[in-house]
Design a protein around this ligand. Structure first.
Ligand SMILES: [Zn+2]
Length: 437
């Protein structure tokens, strides 16, 4: 009796803490977004002096409008996402879905895998209007959308097939491990999950990416000679230079350096090569090489690995507590567990945990963004030392303009969200010459 009462009050505390965390995080994000919108709108009428000769008023205003539109849309997505989380948890959606599947399929592995699959499928359908609006209305209005309904549907079908072929067996393995490997299951799951991530990094560039895009060897002799020299100078070998047909879907541009060990490859978006001069391409690649020289990729992987380990440890603990389920609006299958069904609540615990973690992520976000901005400065400094500052600066300006990125973001918004430092700070340091870092 007393136990039951204690469990009830713990459950109520979880409900209150969860509702409070959700509200605070939502209010914080709304406040940040409204700051960003106000700040960008306030600076819309004139190009900042530092850029007055490099950015036209027209481009500046397009960037402002694009930023404001996307941020406003982000607010709508945020509210919708929060409503869905409340629907799944406190309003009992997940519990009802679980019960429905238990009624149909009984307890067991199949029911748990079905629960996860149904959750993902319903979530994707609920997100669909937003994805469509983003691509075919917002990106379209600003001239970035190059995809069409047919290509979009093809992409969707391919992603779906990948989820079924790779995701489903993987999630079945995880659920099986949670039930079969004893009290240290979270450590086992962590090991497999990390192995899966590394494997994905290895096979993605050669096996999966070509399914969505064409990769052709870089043919431009001038550019190829320059970048080959740069790579040799910096002590890198790559398996090849490739041009990706990014323009098939979007006018946004990028370049990346991917893979591990000997399977490294350099990929340029065709949109990037169309915009930049060879010297600028060189500088952008040097920036990417800087990320490798400073071991940023390894550091990020290390951070991700340790966060996952902490997360899974926490999941291992809360999945044993009745209040974790009841506090979040789910009736766990305790009777089935008592009858000896192997861990019938694992899928539920996993899903609830995935909905709680982003709330903690609100606190982690600024720290990770801060780390990323520091890495960007380091990569810029490396590029300046290996190539030249003015070329990197003009390349960045073209990319800012080409992607309609605002050069006047709100400083507080930047602290929270920006993975790259704003243009003023980056160009200021680049043009100040070879770095002191
Ligand atoms: Zn970078």
């Amino acid at each position: 009796m007393i136990d039951h009462f204690a469990s009830n009050s713990a459950s109520l505390n979880v409900t209150i803490a969860f509702a409070l965390a959700l509200t605070v995080s939502l209010m914080l994000k709304f406040w940040l977004a409204s700051r960003q919108i106000r700040h960008v709108a306030h600076h819309r009428s004139a190009v900042p002096v530092a850029f007055s000769e490099k950015i036209t008023l027209e481009a500046h205003q397009k960037a402002a409008d694009y930023t404001i539109t996307k941020t406003r849309f982000g607010l709508l997505e945020l509210a919708w996402g929060a409503a869905i989380v409340v629907g799944w948890t406190l309003l009992g959606g997940l519990s009802a879905l679980n019960q429905l599947l238990v009624d149909v399929m009984g307890h067991g592995m199949a029911q748990q895998v079905a629960l996860l699959a149904a959750f993902v499928a319903i979530g994707s359908v609920l997100d669909l209007p937003f994805t469509l609006y983003q691509t075919f209305v917002i990106e379209e209005r600003f001239g970035f959308n190059k995809t069409n309904p047919k290509l979009w549907l093809q992409d969707l079908a391919k992603s779906l097939l990948l989820s079924v072929l790779i995701g489903l067996p993987f999630i079945t393995l995880i659920i099986w491990m949670m039930g079969a490997t004893g009290p240290w299951w979270w450590l086992w799951v962590w090991g497999v999950w990390m192995g899966f991530n590394l494997l994905a990094q290895l096979i993605y560039p050669t096996w999966i990416a070509p399914w969505f895009n064409k990769f052709q060897p870089l043919e431009d002799e001038g550019v190829r000679e320059r970048v080959t020299q740069l790579m040799t100078r910096c002590g890198f070998t790559a398996k090849g230079f490739f041009v990706m047909d990014g323009s098939k879907r979007s006018a946004h541009s990028n370049a990346y350096f991917t893979g591990f060990g000997t399977s490294k490859r350099v990929v340029f978006y065709d949109t990037l090569l169309a915009q930049l001069s060879p010297a600028e391409v060189d500088a952008v690649l040097a920036h990417e090489l800087g990320h490798f020289k400073h071991r940023h990729v390894l550091k990020l992987i290390a951070v991700m690995f340790s966060l996952s380990l902490m997360g899974l440890f926490a999941l291992g603990w809360v999945s044993q507590q009745v209040w974790f389920f009841t506090g979040l609006g789910v009736v766990p299958n305790m009777a089935a567990q008592a009858l000896g069904a192997a861990a019938p609540n694992d899928a539920l615990a996993l899903l609830l945990f995935m909905m709680v973690v982003p709330l903690l992520g609100t606190l982690m976000g600024p720290l990770l963004a801060q780390m990323s901005r520091k890495h960007e400065f380091e990569a810029d400094a490396y590029a300046v030392a290996q190539t030249n500052g003015p070329a990197l600066a003009s390349a960045l300006l073209k990319l800012f303009e080409g992607n309609a990125s605002t050069v006047t973001p709100d400083p507080v918004f930047v602290q929270f969200y920006y993975s790259h430092p704003p243009a003023t700070e980056r160009l200021g340091r680049i043009l100040a010459g070879p770095a002191t870092t």
